[in-house]
Design a protein. Structure first.
Length: 302
């Protein structure tokens, strides 16, 4: 598909059917029985008429029998009288010709949902972004930028580039504010509505919490998430990451023979959530006896 000269790359995507039309995948899709049955369901209005289609619809199939759901007994009797004619019309369809019988079942009215292309979410997002980032600057705002670049940038080419960049950034910020964006409570950067802090600040906060959790677990290794939360309000993922980090450090110290007796007791305390003072060295060594003492023990056991 060729792009026209004035067509933007960021425009709406083409219809997916054009991509599948001549491809092997397209031929496989359009010959799929489920897809062809779906096509027949959509033809029911043309087969039975709009009035009947409002009170009935093709629901499912079993071998050579087609099942049609009807909303009430009055219409069901009416369709029974039309059964032969309806079957004849259905068999005129390339897929419907396999049916030898029609059966009518009582059921609720069909819930109609508007068709939605798989490209719809992408196009909706693009349209939303285009609406935000296409807010024009006022004459005063443009003149202010021109005045600033004219005063501080002497080179003509560089000034032109900076002017264009600054106007685009100003228009973007203006559009975001108009769309409800607000300042991050920590750093002040603009963020979308519905959140209080930006992703960067959230990550920094979580990393800070993880460090505090590790320090607290070093002092009292048996603490559970609920006990940690009372001292340091945090997400479970932060607690889990801090705990796993400390466990790996302790295991590494045991491998390296660094303060082994204490580290074994601390490790068992973290695993069992049992106070360190209640764990003896013998209990720790017995519980962890299958854990390799060094990295070379892992290789020798293989």
């Amino acid at each position: 598909m060729e792009r026209k000269n004035n067509e933007k790359r960021t425009g709406r995507l083409s219809n997916l059917s054009e991509l599948f039309q001549l491809s092997k995948e397209g031929k496989t899709l359009f010959s799929n029985p489920s897809f062809r049955f779906w096509q027949l369901q959509n033809k029911w209005k043309h087969i039975a008429g709009s009035m009947i289609a409002r009170e009935s619809y093709i629901s499912f199939e079993r071998k050579q029998t087609l099942y049609i759901t009807v909303t009430n007994s009055v219409w069901m009797n009416h369709l029974y009288m039309m059964k032969a004619d309806l079957l004849k019309r259905i068999r005129e369809d390339d897929y419907g010709k396999k049916y030898t019988d029609i059966r009518f079942v009582a059921g609720q009215a069909k819930i109609e949902r508007p068709p939605e292309s798989s490209l719809a979410p992408v196009n909706n997002r693009r349209e939303k972004e285009e609406k935000i980032y296409s807010v024009p600057l006022s004459e005063e705002e443009r003149n202010s930028i021109d005045k600033w670049t004219g005063a501080y940038i002497s080179d003509t080419n560089t000034r032109s580039l900076f002017t264009k960049m600054m106007k685009a950034a100003a228009a973007k910020r203006k559009g975001e504010i108009r769309a409800g964006w607000h300042s991050c409570a920590v750093c002040g950067d603009l963020i979308p509505p519905g959140i209080n802090t930006c992703t960067v600040c959230e990550n920094r906060k979580e990393q800070s919490q993880i460090g505090k959790i590790i320090l607290l677990l070093k002092e009292t290794p048996h603490l559970s998430y609920n006990e940690i939360y009372k001292k340091i309000p945090c997400k479970y993922t932060a607690y889990e990451e801090g705990r796993e980090t400390l466990i790996q450090r302790i295991r590494e110290n045991i491998y390296r023979k660094i303060d082994g007796p204490l580290n074994k007791r601390v490790l068992l305390s973290m695993i069992l959530h049992k106070p360190l003072k209640d764990i003896s060295l013998r209990e720790a060594e017995t519980a962890l006896r299958n854990m390799p003492e060094t990295k070379f023990d892992i290789i020798n056991k293989k």
